[in-house]
Design a protein around this ligand. Sequence first.
Ligand SMILES: [Zn+2]
Ligand SMILES: [Zn+2]
Length: 337
Amino acid sequence: MATETQPEQKNISDEAAKTDAIAKDIHVEKERVGQTRIPKPKGVTADSKVLWSYVIPVVVFHLLIPLAFIPYFFSWWGLLFLPVGNYIFTSMGIGAGYHRLLTHRGFDCPKWFEYTLATLGVCSFQDSPARWVLVHRVHHQHSDHQPDPHTPNVSGYWSHMGWMFVDNADLSTAAAYDKYVRDLMRDKYYMWLQRGFNWVGVYAAHALLLLGVGFGLAFVFAPENITRFTAQFFFWTVIMRTVYTWHVTWAINSATHMWGYRNYETREDSRNNWLFALLTNGEGWHNNHHADPRSAQHGHRWWEIDLTYISLAAFQKIGIVRNLVRPNSSALDRKAL
Ligand SMILES: [Zn+2]
Ligand SMILES: [Zn+2]
């Protein structure tokens, strides 16, 4: 059942007004349905085309995983790089950039910093900023109801990755982009990334750059083994890091709508999942996030560590980030369980 959002309140801040401007015309689900089986979104039918441009890279990258167990490619420093690469590219790019900034406008910052975060997000190979934000805004609007692009109420596999592989007609029209991401489509950089597969070109360019960095490091530190070191560097910093960060991010759509505890009564079945909160540097406090989507701070209790928020607070201390949105305690108290 859908219902209109409340009209704008007079005393809302500029930041809230910005989000309301994005959210106007948007209807939100009112009731929580719990973990009930539901059909796929109406935009997905038996005739929906398979999106091979998504299927092929995901399959190819996964087919490369066994190389990690071959001594030529295995490397301890490569393995240790995964959480570091996850922090740099995915927590800063997807968590801070695509999610807390572009989707929810949880803070303000100069354009150069916004574009840096968004570009790190592009280097996580999780679609263009406009597409990612569109899907996520629809998720917040219809969480765990049929129009939700990726609810586990369809199936665990569907919510984790299946939803990406078929065209959802409701998400790919010009009208959907106009309704949900008009703010991003007015921006030249996000428009350019959106055009054709420019965003894939940026990902490929960063992969080539890391290949060059690996070659340079091999030249200095492992001149007797340049080919092997370069191959290992590329394999762990690009291929394995991308696959690792895909799964920890996708788990926010799947695991944190199935397993974990709830601090707040919300319209959907979101959960706080400590394992994925740890692996995503804060995104896993997902019930907190659904209870107060604009807050840039997802960890609400003292032990709900949110490294992404801590990083943004540090950027605020040095004057790059401004107006970091904190949890709205009076609204949250009313939802507390
Ligand atoms: Zn969610
Ligand atoms: Zn969100």
